[in-house]
Ligand binder design. Structure first.
Ligand code: CA
Length: 554
């Protein structure tokens, strides 16, 4: 290229890069098939792609394009982002930019931690991914910092401490950039924290607002806590919310109350085990819906609140869908929080159903006995009918594809004494599981309005990966034993699998570049189930984090 041509080219490119990942592009993220701009493959968190190059007929021809080592042996739950031919991916200990075509590292920026950090973190040394806008990449760190990096160089641009790790707070959440604000949540409900969601200025990192998930006595909902219980009330916010740009509303799930022993904190304990509808500009709560009031069973409601327009009683309706950890699949009208459907998608024995008038669970003696301190067998277990691993919603089939957990648990309260930065659980942690004899998990294709599965793909060990669905009729998921899998979206028939070398706890994504559709997923074992289940079937799975990229062989 001569000098003149180079100058002309640079002029043509300039307006494009100036608008790089602008707010407009983020809004269109779910339909932008050449990039992956948002956590959840779009603000709606549907994890659905309209791409069809990889489809149910040729998925068996998928082959690895390259593999990139994270040089990290922890759980890799990060969702990669892709922008203009570069993949941006995080681990707990680093942020990386990788060239899509070659798999070569462009830059890697390490996260340095104080030595006491890992000891204080609950449920896996992890990070779930980044957010990008206007040339900046945002991520959180285990020691509860929010940082912005330059997407070109990986250089740190700003850093803010959101909370003190010595008080039991940590951060694993992928930030959300919505309406010009960076939103983040925290982990820590198992450590006697009082949790919150923060808003930050994307340019400077200035703290804009904080909305507590547990209100103080003088705030609305403060009367649902007795005495000082609110101060240690938990309500973590460790999974990224969804965002409706038309309604200018963010939907963020709230975790369990702490400690688990519910008798010590009488009342509904708002806003634990709820979803909050928030104004992202101010953090103001527009409405809330509580799934599990005064919950004893660690039924965090943090997991993804998926947005879609579906027909309810024949009428197209803006809904929010949640395969709640408590075993019920909820559909709410997201304009006002009204309950439209709530049906079990796994075995449930703590409630017989949800009262459609009040929205409250109809609890059984299992819940009553648990609150009275008796040992109970509860379905689902404290890990839930589905844990954090995100489902996908396919608007073409109308089905939600979710990795569900099919076992129960044993539950008995135990005394809890608060000490800053230490476990504050209030539950007997011996003999936790009611395994049964069959498969411990299943990928289910769920009808959102009935909770019933059109098909199931069972697995001995539950899958803990995210799910991705595509217009090619393919559903991607991964096994804790390392197999990355593709299923037929209509029938659940296994189309393909590939052994990635460590357990998959990551979140698959897909995009198309220069005529090639790629699928990427992080592999790497060590999350909550790997650490706490004691599942003997996992004994031989090696650690070792890496990123895999696949395409159909030409
Ligand atoms: Ca929890």
């Amino acid at each position: 290229m001569n000098r003149f041509a180079f100058v002309a080219c640079a002029i043509l490119l300039a307006p494009l890069s100036a608008n790089a990942q602008s707010a407009d592009q983020l809004v269109k993220g779910a339909t932008d098939t050449s990039n992956v701009l948002n956590y959840g493959m779009g603000y709606n968190l549907q994890r659905f792609s309209p791409l069809t190059q990889i489809n149910r007929d040729n998925a068996k021809e998928l082959v690895p394009v390259w593999n990139y080592s994270f040089a990290d042996d922890r759980s890799e739950e990060s969702q990669p982002l892709v922008y203009q031919g570069v993949i941006y991916v995080t681990t707990n200990s680093a942020t990386m930019a990788i060239d899509v075509k070659t798999g070569k590292q462009i830059w890697k920026t390490k996260v340095e931690y104080p030595p006491e950090t890992p000891r204080i973190v609950c449920c896996g040394i992890i990070n779930r991914g980044a957010a990008i806008q206007d040339g900046k990449l945002y991520r959180t760190t285990l020691d509860a910092n929010v940082i912005a990096l330059d997407m070109k160089t990986g250089k740190e641009l700003w850093r803010q401490k959101a909370a003190d790790i010595k008080e039991g707070y940590s951060m694993t959440v992928a930030p959300l950039v919505a309406d010009g604000v960076v939103l983040t949540g925290v982990s820590g409900a198992e450590f006697g924290t009082r949790d919150f969601i923060d808003g930050w200025d994307p340019g400077t990192g200035k703290h804009l607002w904080r909305t507590y998930s547990v209100p103080s006595p003088d705030e609305p909902g403060g009367d649902t806590w007795k005495g000082d219980t609110w101060k240690l009330g938990g309500g973590s916010t460790w999974i990224t919310g969804s965002y409706d740009p038309e309604l200018k509303t963010v939907y963020w799930g709230i975790g369990n109350p702490g400690p688990f022993d519910a008798a010590g904190r009488p009342g509904d304990n708002l806003y634990t085990c709820s979803v909050l509808a928030l104004d992202p500009k101010t953090g103001k709560i527009k409405w809330h819906y509580q799934f599990s009031p005064n919950n004893p069973f660690d039924y965090d409601a943090v997991a993804e609140m998926v947005l879609a327009e579906i027909k309810v009683d024949g009428k197209p309706t803006k809904v929010l869908m949640d395969a709640n950890r408590n075993g019920f699949f909820y559909v709410l009208d997201r304009t006002n929080g009204k309950l439209l459907a709530a049906n079990p998608y796994v075995k449930v024995n703590w409630a017989t159903g949800i009262d459609m008038k009040t929205g409250r669970p109809i609890e059984t003696d299992v819940t009553k006995d648990a609150r009275e301190g008796k040992k109970v067998t509860v379905f689902p277990s404290i890990l839930g009918g589905k844990n954090w691993e995100p489902m996908s919603f396919d608007p073409q089939t109308g089905l939600a594809y979710a990795n569900t957990l099919l076992f129960g648990g044993h539950y008995k309260t135990a005394p809890a004494t608060y000490k800053a930065g230490e476990w504050y659980v209030g539950m007997d942690l011996t003999d936790l599981w009611e395994w049964g004899t069959g498969p411990r998990g299943a990928l289910k294709a769920i009808d959102p309005l009935t909770g019933k599965a059109k098909w199931e793909a069972p697995s001995d060990i539950p899958r803990f990966s995210g799910v991705l669905s595509t217009a090619g009729g393919v559903v991607f998921s991964g096994q804790l034993t390392g197999e990355f899998e593709a299923f037929d979206a209509d029938s659940g028939k296994k189309l393909w699998q590939f052994q990635t070398g460590s357990g998959i706890e990551g979140q698959p994504v897909t995009w198309q570049q220069d005529g090639v559709q790629y699928v990427a997923v992080a592999s790497g074992y060590g999350g909550v189930y790997s650490l706490f289940s004691g599942d003997e079937r996992l004994a031989k799975v090696p650690a070792g984090g890496s990123l895999w990229v696949f395409a159909v062989k030409k």
